[in-house]
Write a protein that binds this ligand. Structure first.
Ligand code: PML
Length: 269
């Protein structure tokens, strides 16, 4: 689903559904677009296509929310998380500058060492697409998020997307700042740490935002882009949803953890 007013993007969403659930899903998307905080769209496009290959089933990343004081503090913490995920200061700085300019429909794809960019079209970026969540995992996620007062479609959509991205071979981390002027929470996600929400990462009213994916192995950029845009992936299991935590507490908790195992559970049968 894509909704816009004039040339401005209002909202977009997608999912992978059983055939019998397509109709209700389309109605739900229309409802979401018409009630969006950015206002009513004047154009709403719905597209349906048959998924041609068996989706990979993955586990969602664990969710944490960091205590942050404001944009400078949240960005400093994002930079620390990126650095601990193997992203250089140079590459992170470049990503923050790209996101400050806003306006990209897809994500920037940067190598984690130098920040060299790999999107074939830099205006469009790379789109993480062909993704969804099973009904059972959606129910469990809704329950786990509502226990922490954060059950919102935006959080669920972002977690599904970040989980697909983190399951990609060669991905080191992702940085996201919402491009919705009214939504000031962003996140850093990585296979090593999970999905770490960063409230107050930008000032209310700011149109900046977008996503940057950091790549460990520059040689794998082509395969990565085709995985992100074309491989169907479904979140079939969730991971724990944690409390609001300080960065220090977060790193302490992770010192005691074993590295996470392989996230692809099985092909859907
Ligand atoms: C967006 O939908 O604009 C991106 C949202 C990122 C953060 C979602 C969350 O609160 O966890």
């Amino acid at each position: 689903m894509r909704a816009q007013r004039g040339r401005a993007h209002i909202s977009g969403a997608e999912g992978i559904f059983e055939e019998k659930d397509v109709g209700p899903a389309l109605l739900a998307y229309i409802g979401r677009a018409m009630r969006h905080s950015k206002g009513k769209p004047d154009a709403l496009r719905l597209g349906v296509e048959l998924v041609q290959s068996q989706p990979l089933i993955i586990r969602a990343l664990p969710v944490w929310t960091l205590r942050t004081r404001g944009p400078a503090d949240a960005r400093r913490k994002a930079a620390r998380l990126l650095s601990s995920s193997g992203v250089s200061g140079k590459a992170a700085g470049k990503a923050f500058r790209i996101l400050a300019n806003g306006g990209m429909r897809g994500a920037a794809l940067l190598d984690r060492a130098e920040g060299k960019r790999f999107e074939p079209d830099k205006k469009r970026g790379v789109r993480a697409s062909m993704l969804g969540i099973s009904k059972g995992a959606m129910r469990s996620l809704g329950l786990a998020l509502s226990q922490k007062n954060m059950d919102h479609p935006r959080v669920k959509d972002a977690l599904v997307l970040a989980s697909k991205v983190a399951a990609a071979p060669g991905i080191a981390a992702e940085l996201c700042i919402s491009d919705d002027p009214d939504y000031t929470t962003g996140y850093v996600a990585s296979p090593a740490f999970g999905y770490i929400r960063l409230p107050r990462i930008k000032k209310k009213g700011s149109p900046e935002g977008g996503r940057a994916f950091f790549l460990g192995d520059a040689a794998a950029a082509g395969d990565l882009i085709s995985y992100l845009e074309e491989t169907p992936v479904i979140v079939g299991k969730i991971s724990p949803v944690g409390d609001i935590i300080t960065l220090h507490g977060f790193f302490q908790a992770h010192d005691h953890r074993k590295p996470r195992g392989k996230k692809i559970l099985r092909k859907k049968d």
